[in-house]
Design a protein around this ligand. Structure first.
Ligand code: PLP
Length: 413
């Protein structure tokens, strides 16, 4: 694992004080929340921004000449502007509000797929994809006659890049891979993945759901064609996310959904479509969600990516070391480059039973296949127990986890 030195001035208790939910008790014990990969908790700043929007600024966007509607539109578009800066997108036109990562991927699979995929074409994904980066591609492959190709993973949980390189050919029409695996924590070598695809003029979509809460994302430095993520995994609200797409692709793609807002003119004979980004934002959007996402962006920028990464890396190293010492434990996902996830199994114990014992101790972890069933098949396991951290977690949280897993091992082993 690479070494990143901890930031000594970082005050995790000050961070925690901004998340009132972390003070709750579960099963009569102080809660240890280790399921941020599923959904992170929300700081005061995000909740207050949404509250203010609903109490003081709400009206429908883009349509009203009156002041309140203009204020709502400004709040919505300000959020887009904040996200543009956050991921260093060249233009706000390339930043689309969607419901989340799932919708971002469905939008590209459906719209890019209908336009560019034909019988015999190939779509490359990987063996560590979340179902939301498998099923939309299967659906469009069924409709178009294209084929899915899958980059295999090693026992450690890294992509086999030689196989990927060999898979790229003139029939490959798009590569869609996860930036950070939600089950293994692996940070994939996305720069190289993009470089190899672009050498053959193939666009790349990255599923950034698990990368955005932890890593600094610069879509221009990556030169990625599509990047999508969910607000709720980066301290923002549920129901809102982002699809970044290069203008040249978004202009070439047909609309995903039809309705209000995405049109320029409509007649029964012919409809013409609005400009980007509105062409892909049919209907009344989640305005409050966008405002909350904007506040989450400001929140993360206030802490700083470097600080977030250093603290989380320290937790990962500390946790991995402590967990590895527990007799009968097997950590699933031991890639060289990892982010904020420890997935594991205990000898002879079902993940669900381990999760239930941890819950009795007030510790929230996720158990199961984590929406990556093909990856579970690859390792021949039914699922894992997954502890995932965010910037608000502490070494004491990890200590409680280790104590809980030891108890589970004793009870179930
Ligand atoms: N991709 C990855 C890697 C994920 O971890 C998740 C959610 O867990 C998703 C996609 C889907 O995200 P959402 O349910 O927010 O659309």
């Amino acid at each position: 694992m690479s070494t990143i030195t901890a930031d000594k001035s970082f005050d995790v208790q000050a961070i925690r004080s901004e998340f009132p939910i972390l003070e709750r008790e579960m099963r009569n014990k102080p809660m240890v929340f280790l399921d941020s990969a599923a959904s992170s908790q929300k700081p005061d700043a995000v909740v207050k921004a949404m509250d203010y929007y609903y109490q003081q600024q709400h009206a429908n966007v883009h349509r009203g000449v009156y002041q309140l509607s203009q204020e709502a539109t400004d709040a919505y578009e300000k959020a887009r502007h904040l996200v543009q800066g956050f991921i260093n997108a060249p233009s706000e036109k390339e930043v689309l509000f969607v419901r989340g990562t799932t919708e971002g991927i469905n939008l590209v699979a459906s719209s890019y797929g209908r336009k560019f995929l034909e019988e015999g074409d190939e779509v490359i994904i990987s063996a560590m994809e979340h179902h939301s980066n498998i099923v939309p591609w299967q659906l469009i492959c069924e409709q178009t006659g294209a084929k899915l190709r899958v980059i295999p993973v090693t026992d450690e949980g890294e992509l086999i890049m030689e196989e990927y390189e060999q898979m790229l050919n003139e029939r490959t029409k798009i590569v869609a891979v996860v930036h950070v695996s939600n089950t293994l924590g692996t940070i994939n070598p996305v720069e190289r993945i993009i470089e190899l695809a672009h050498a053959k003029d193939i666009p790349v979509l990255l599923d950034g759901a698990q990368a955005i809460p932890h890593l600094k994302i610069d879509v221009q430095a990556l030169d990625v064609d599509f990047y999508t993520f969910s607000g709720h995994k980066m301290f923002g609200p549920t129901g809102i996310g982002i699809l970044y797409g290069k203008e040249k692709w978004l202009n070439a793609m047909p609309p995903y959904q039809g309705g209000g807002e995405m049109i320029e003119t409509v007649s029964f004979e012919k409809t013409t479509f609005n400009e980007l980004p509105h062409k892909f934002e049919a209907g009344t959007p989640d305005i409050a969600g966008a405002v909350g996402l904007g506040a989450a962006v400001e929140y993360m920028e206030k802490i700083g990516h470097e600080t977030i990464q250093k603290h989380e890396h320290e937790l990962l190293v500390y946790g991995t070391e402590a967990m590895s010492k527990i007799p009968g434990i097997r950590i699933i996902g031991t890639a060289e480059e990892k982010a904020s996830v420890i997935s594991f199994l205990l000898d002879g114990a079902h993940p669900y039973d381990v999760g239930t014992i941890l819950d009795q101790m007030g510790i929230a972890v996720r158990t199961g296949h984590h929406c990556t069933q093909p990856l579970m098949d690859r390792y021949g396991i039914p699922g894992t127990v997954r502890a995932s951290f965010a910037v608000y977690n502490t070494k004491e949280d990890i200590d409680r986890l280790v104590e809980g897993v030891k108890r589970a091992a004793k009870m179930l082993g």
